[in-house]
Design a protein around this ligand. Sequence first.
Ligand code: GUN
Ligand code: FE
Length: 500
Amino acid sequence: WVSAADGRIKGWDWQANNDHGFAELMTRNGWVDIDDIGAQGQVDSHDSKTRVRIVIASEEQNEFFFPGFIDTHIHAPQYPNVGLFGSSTLLDWLETYTFPVESRFGSPPDPKTGHQTQTDPKDAPLLAQQIYDQVISRTLSHGTTCASYYATNHVPATNALSSLCHTRGQRAFIGRACMDNPKFCVDYYHDFSAEDSIVATRQTIEYIHTLDPEGNLVKPIVTPRFAPSCTRLALQNLGELAASYSPPLHVQTHISENVNELALVKELFPEADSYAAVYDKYKLLTPRTILAHAVHLSADERALIRAREAKISHCPASNSALGSGICPVRTLLDEGITVGLGTDVSGGYSPSILEAARQACLASRLLGQSAAWQRDHSQSVDGKGSDGREKLSVPESLYLATRGGAAVVDMANDLGGFDKGMLWDVQLIRLGGVKLGKKSPLDFVPGDGNADLVKTGPVGNVDLFGTESWEEKIQKWVWSGDDRNVKALWVGGRLVHSRV
Ligand code: GUN
Ligand code: FE
């Protein structure tokens, strides 16, 4: 059912095996019984905008295919710092933990010319090659088939990341982080000038376009790190650079993550009405723009982002870890803004989008408890504040992790589901044991002597009595699963990760 030529889904062999069926996890209107779907053969009539679909893959009913996860915001060079943030918040976290590690991915520009002269990945430090290879292994093992990566500002290392993604078969957007503003950047890690930012960015774009001319797997993404790290000239030139390509290039940056950052943007760009307005002025809010965090946006900023059709990467693990705040995802969705999930490694402490999905659920539950939300949503039936609508369901969080992310990276027709013609970017998920009394390699009960499997096999998903619905199995996967549940992973039909 998957074409070897282009790795896309040709169709489904429905009649062949009744044990292979679809389960549709609806994100807004509740759940659909899988037997209904199978019996009525509604495979092509579903509304792909609101549903997540699984394909049951085993007779034991403990394996299923699921669309690959899309990480819409991750910093590859920060991977060594995963779990290291102490009690810092954004701006001191950048100085204490982040810039020191990122600066080791290359040398500063030549102080005479201002330009980086080397572009070959072979000129990247060995450390960069090794860490980037690890990031790819780790994200693949967690089911990430597509990632929008920030690299550092070093051209050889950024090109090395592109080359590694291409070789390993991970779909990726790769961006060289631009940071030329001396008012913000530290002296040991910055672009020499706005011109250097553009020249070096162009070098990475050209490298990627040579590596993957059709952009089948790896694409460049223009990456002003965030407004405070860039001069006006750099922002302007980057906006123009993205627009100068046909089709225009993707753009990624951060927005409205932390209150001290908001104050800094006001101080550095006093002429702008808002943080979003800074990006808009320089044509950086486009339908191909990914804005990470969006925790503290005003209603006007949300309206502007909606009007420009820019997309948002929700990074809940990072927002909690750095104490940035809670992104009002329900409000964004209600207003028609496209949202996906990001790990934001290493502001986020985990490279797993499954963790991001569960943190999205948890953060949304806490949001209803916050004083500000209670004040703004006090019109509930019982008059006691929040009506619970802010809570994201498990299927909704999975929707954000797949179809939402696909829309964020502007690939909604290609990724995120099992529609005919979509790319086979898919994970095979294996749950824990099956029905008691049946013997199979995966049939174990904790304490039955199969210690090896208990130790190394899929966790937290033992359907002890074989009575769980798919809805319940999926809930257990999201709340307690991890990379051990990812048995195999394909990108464009190519197997890129597997575990026995
Ligand atoms: N804002 C500017 N740079 C960064 C970064 O590396 N991580 C996060 N979370 N926010 C940023
Ligand atoms: Fe980030």
